[in-house]
Ligand binder design. Structure first.
Ligand code: DHE
Length: 561
């Protein structure tokens, strides 16, 4: 007790000596937590907060959450303070009800006690989690079915091209669904809150990354597709892809981690970790960042290269995997904070959202240079985007926005002489199509005349449960709005069942939308006929818990969107 009082006095004296209001804040003691409370808060922070605010709480899509952080105007006056300045009550309000700045409300997920606990927790200095070395990764690595014991040919009768790998977010599983029969083929245990699935170049293997950094390799050739290898690449991860260039098909996999900030190159068919590369370093503004997380990764089909997008630094890395012992990387500066993105129709340019800068960065993978940095509306969130030929502006790539009520169309270059007349529009925003805020994913297909967009983060229940569909031949025509929750025929719930992530079947004739309900609600996938916009099938099963991303094998393998 005595020691604490003496400590407090010393800090108060220091604050007085420094004389500023800000220093006095430093004197405020952060609320104390028991060891048990701290563990619980750590878990909630990792599961719910770290994605946007970062493990070290330096902020990215979300605000900085350090106790003593401050923002100053050009005259040096403090305009915003850290969590200690905000204090317990204000923090509880922000966590509970969200903000106009884009922070979502958590009062439907967290209890009042959890919210109070989190408000206390973030007033304390963040713990720095441990590193995760190549040796740690090798220790975690398991080959469940060795390569020589795997089938030599496809052992099931599935039309593999039209299988969907569906994230069951809250159960740590993926459902493999036969796109022809709409039957669940297999439910596979994977990492916690699986994020994405990607395909090997051959289309045989599905790679599934969990938020907990566990990467699972599924062999679709087995009689009943199952996990054949597993490895942990870090404590927090979002991205994975494979080597797709001729001669390297199925040879390597790469997974990017949020924590530690690094990427791992592995054997494609066993997941044996071969090389770990740190992404710590300087931002495009020339400042050192201790936690530059790996956001999207995509494999080029025209060079033995991966495009690795580093969130906090705004650097796009072109990693040449032709000689991984002597790894060559081109670093292309763009803007902060890089998130998700996709190829243009020619697959020469990769377009990635620098979401906190309201920009789309386009990297030219042929020249290894930045092709453009395009200003767009607030918080672009393309998923992988959507490519189509606009009747007036030629080839365009579309992105939706979390923070604006439009879908943005950017003109993309084309080497086809019949598109030469559109050159003047290249890298310009040629149209903003009216949508609603809270969009996460847009999608189309080369055989479709429709553009689909969801709005799962919109605060209005009806809008979050609906998707919009435009006729790309005439974008001035009013969009069709489909209420997926109503169309599913599931009983209505008080909680929002978010309609999320449109994905096409391999033939481009159906669009699958997840209806993402609460963990105890019944969820579903609603399959629409893309031509008539009528429901074709509602896939629902007690095991279909919290479906979110869906990855059609053929479309994912060939980057068709
Ligand atoms: Fe995602 C893609 C990160 C929240 C569903 N998400 C991505 C990618 C990144 C990312 C970096 C690109 C991967 C790639 O292409 O290699 N996502 C994050 C976050 O940091 C964030 C904001 C917070 C978090 O804690 O994870 C986040 N994401 C979500 C969700 O809440 C979503 C809606 C539901 C879920 O399943 O968790 C979600 N993210 C998705 C999906 C994709 C994705 C479905 C792949 C889109 C595609 O078509 O490729």
């Amino acid at each position: 007790m005595k020691k604490t009082v003496v400590g407090m006095l010393a800090v108060t004296a220091l604050a007085a000596a420094m004389g500023s209001a800000f220093a006095q804040e430093a004197a405020k003691a952060a609320p104390t937590l028991t060891a048990e409370e701290k563990e619980q808060a750590k878990k909630i922070y990792f599961e719910r907060c770290a994605g946007c605010h970062g493990v070290l709480r330096k902020g990215a899509t979300g605000k900085n959450l350090e106790p003593h952080w401050s923002k100053k105007d050009k005259d040096g006056n403090v305009t915003e303070g850290g969590t200690l300045k905000l204090g317990q009550q204000r923090l509880e309000k922000i966590i509970g009800y969200g903000t106009d700045g884009g922070m979502v409300n958590f009062d439907d997920i967290l209890t009042k006690d959890d919210i109070a606990l989190m408000a206390k927790y973030i007033q304390n200095t963040p713990d720095v989690p441990p590193e995760f070395s190549l040796k740690d990764q090798l220790d975690s690595w398991k080959v469940i079915v060795p390569v020589d014991q795997r089938p030599k040919k496809q052992m099931n009768k599935l039309n593999l091209k039209n299988v969907f790998s569906v994230t069951l977010r809250d159960t740590g599983e993926v459902a493999l669904i036969d796109g022809d029969t709409k039957e669940i083929v297999s439910i596979v245990k994977t990492g916690y809150a699986v994020h994405i699935s990607r395909l090997s170049a051959s289309g045989r293997y599905v790679y599934v990354i969990g938020r907990d950094g566990r990467l699972s390799l599924i062999d679709l050739w087995m009689e009943k597709p199952a996990v054949v290898a597993e490895v942990k690449v870090g404590f927090d991860a979002r991205s994975v892809d494979t080597s797709k260039f001729k001669g390297f098909e199925d040879k390597y996999a790469i997974a990017g981690s949020y924590w530690p900030p690094q990427y791992t190159i592995m054997d494609g068919d066993t997941l044996k970790p071969l090389k770990v590369v740190s992404t710590r370093g300087m931002t495009v503004d020339g400042e050192y960042h201790p936690e530059p997380r790996v956001a999207s990764i995509v494999a080029s089909m025209t060079k033995p290269e991966w495009v690795v997008n580093i969130k906090e630094t705004g650097q796009i890395l072109l990693v040449d995997y032709s000689d991984i012992k002597n790894l060559k990387t081109t670093t292309v500066g763009s803007a902060k904070f890089l998130h998700d993105g996709g190829w243009d129709a020619s697959k020469r340019y990769f377009l990635v959202a620098a979401n906190a800068s309201n920009k789309i960065a386009a990297v030219d993978t042929k020249t290894g240079k930045l092709a453009a940095l395009v200003d767009v509306a607030k918080i672009p969130h393309p998923g992988r985007g959507a490519n189509f030929v606009h009747p007036k502006f030629g080839p365009v790539w579309a992105t939706g926005h979390l923070g604006a009520d439009v879908v943005t169309l950017i003109s993309t270059p084309s080497e086809d002489p019949k598109n030469a007349k559109f050159k003047e529009y290249n890298w310009k925003v040629v149209q903003e199509v009216k949508h609603v805020p809270g969009n996460l994913f847009v999608k189309t297909h080369p055989k479709s005349r429709h553009l689909w967009a969801d709005a799962p983060q919109n605060p209005d229940k009806d809008l979050a449960e609906s998707v919009a569909v435009w006729d790309m031949a005439d974008l001035s025509k009013p969009k069709a709005v489909l209420n997926v929750a109503k169309d599913s025929g599931l009983p209505p719930t008080k909680a929002t069942k978010r309609a999320v992530h449109p994905e096409y079947s391999a033939d481009g004739k159906e669009v699958w939308i997840s209806l993402w309900g609460g963990k105890v609600d019944q969820s579903a996938i609603v399959v629409y006929d893309d031509e008539t916009l009528k429901v074709k099938k509602v896939i629902t099963d007690p095991k279909m818990i919290t479906p979110t991303g869906k990855f059609n094998v053929y479309n994912t393998q060939h980057d068709i969107y």
